[in-house]
Design a protein around this ligand. Structure first.
Ligand code: KG4
Ligand code: ZN
Length: 336
C-alpha cells in the first residue's frame, strides 16, 4: 500500500493506493480561506496545510480501512509548487516514514497529472500525448513510458488556469474562477468578441495566455463598468472560446507531428466542458483514442501522486531526510 500526500498549492490531499487501485482519495479544499483575497495567498496555504495535513491523512487511512502499520511506502509531491506548501507535505511525509523506516517516494507534481491516467479502472498505457493545463502549468507532455514525460511545449508566460482565474476576477466572479467562468459562458455568445487566439501562427508547440488576458483587460476598460455588467456572459464565452481554441490548436499540431494514437487531458482546466468537447471532436477527426479521467482526478489530488510513485524510484531511510522540495520546474535531485 502507498500512502500519498499532495500539498503543492491550496488543496490538502491524501490517498491510499493498492497498486493502480484507489482505496481512498481525500481532498480538503482551502477555497474559502483564499476567496477573500481573490487568489491563493502562499503563506495562508502553508498554514492551512499545517492544520489539515494530519486530519486529512487520518481520514484517508480510515477511508481505506488501513492503519499506518500496513503502509509500505510514503509518496509525496516534492515540486513544483508553492515552496512553503510543499515543505509542509514533505516534512509530514518524512515524519510518517522515518520512525517506521519506510521508503519515501518524492514525486514530480506534473508527472502526477500525467499518471492520473495510469489509475484503475481502464488505465491508459503509454505511448500517449497528454495536455496538462492547470492553475500553475500548461504543457504538452509526450508520454512514452510510465516513469516520465517529455515536455513538447509549454506556456511562455501565464498558465491557462491562471488566465481563467484572472479573467473571472475581472468579470466579478469568485475564486477559483474557472468553473464560475464556464457557467457564466453558457449564457453567452462565444463569437461576440473577436479575441486573439495567441500563438496560432507560431509554428512551435508552446502556449501563451498573457496577451489574451491583456486583451480582456483593454476590452473591459473600453466597455466601461456598465458595458461589462451587460455583456459579462458574452465576455466570458468569447474568452473561453479563445483559450480553448489555443489549447486545441496546439494539441492538433502536436498530433500531426508525432505518431500518437491516444490523447489524455490533465490539470484543473481539463475539467472545462467546452475544452473536453473540442478535444473529443479533434480526436474523432484525427482517429485517435481519447482518455478523460474523472473530474476529481483532473484537479489536484493525491491519488495521482500515488500513481506516479509506483513508477518513481524510492529513497531509503535516512537518505530522504536531506531531500528538499523544489518550487519550480526541475527534475528532483537525489539527496547527498
Ligand atoms: O490542477 P489544479 O487543481 O491545480 C493546479 O495545479 O493549479 O487546477 C486549478 C485550476 C484553476 O485555475 C481553476 O480555475 C481551473 O483549474 N479550473 C477550470 C475549471 N475547473 C477548474 N478552468 C476552466 N474551466 C473549468 N471548469
Ligand atoms: Zn496541479
Amino acid at each position: 500500500l502507498i500512502l500519498a500526500i499532495e500539498t503543492s498549492c491550496d488543496d490538502t490531499c491524501a490517498a491510499v493506493l493498492d497498486g493502480p487501485h484507489i482505496l481512498s482519495n481525500l481532498i480538503s479544499s482551502q477555497d474559502q480561506a483564499h476567496a477573500a483575497f481573490g487568489g491563493i495567498v502562499p503563506e495562508v496555504a502553508s498554514r492551512h496545510h499545517l492544520e489539515l495535513a494530519v486530519p486529512v491523512i487520518d481520514a484517508a487511512l480510515s477511508g481505506a480501512g488501513a492503519s499506518l502499520d500496513q503502509i509500505d511506502s510514503v509518496a509525496v509531491t516534492a515540486g513544483p509548487g508553492l515552496i512553503g506548501a510543499l515543505l509542509v507535505g514533505l516534512s509530514t511525509a518524512k515524519a510518517i516514514a522515518a520512525p517506521r523506516r519506510l521508503p519515501l517516494i518524492p514525486v514530480d507534481h506534473l508527472q502526477g497529472h500525467v499518471a492520473a491516467n495510469f489509475l484503475a479502472p481502464e488505465p491508459l498505457e503509454p505511448p500517449f500525448l497528454c495536455l496538462v493545463a492547470s492553475g500553475g502549468h500548461t504543457l504538452l507532455a509526450g508520454v512514452r513510458d510510465h516513469s516520465g514525460h517529455e515536455v513538447l511545449g509549454q506556456t511562455l508566460d501565464d498558465a491557462a488556469g491562471e488566465a481563467f482565474d484572472k479573467v473571472a476576477r475581472l468579470l466579478g466572479l469568485g475564486f477559483p474562477g474557472g468553473p464560475a467562468l464556464q457557467r457564466l459562458a453558457e449564457e453567452g455568445d462565444p463569437a461576440a468578441f473577436d479575441l486573439p487566439v495567441a500563438m496560432a501562427r507560431d509554428p512551435g508547440l508552446d502556449f501563451s495566455f498573457s496577451g489574451l488576458k491583456t486583451a480582456m483587460v483593454y476590452l473591459c476598460r473600453d466597455l466601461g463598468e456598465d458595458g461589462v455588467g451587460e455583456r459579462r456572459a458574452d465576455l466570458a464565452a468569447s474568452f473561453q472560446a479563445a483559450a480553448v481554441g489555443q489549447l486545441t490548436a496546439k494539441l492538433k499540431r502536436a498530433l500531426k507531428r508525432g505518431d500518437w494514437d491516444a490523447v489524455a487531458l490533465g490539470g484543473g482546466v481539463a475539467a472545462n466542458g467546452p475544452l473536453r468537447e473540442a478535444v473529443s471532436t479533434l480526436c474523432e477527426e484525427q482517429g485517435v483514442r481519447l482518455k478523460l479521467v474523472p473530474l476529481e482526478l483532473c484537479t489536484d489530488n493525491a491519488a495521482m501522486i500515488g500513481s506516479a510513485a509506483r513508477f518513481t524510484p524510492s529513497l531509503p531511510y535516512p537518505e530522504y531526510l536531506a531531500y528538499d522540495a523544489f518550487p519550480s520546474n526541475r527534475p528532483p535531485v537525489a539527496a547527498p
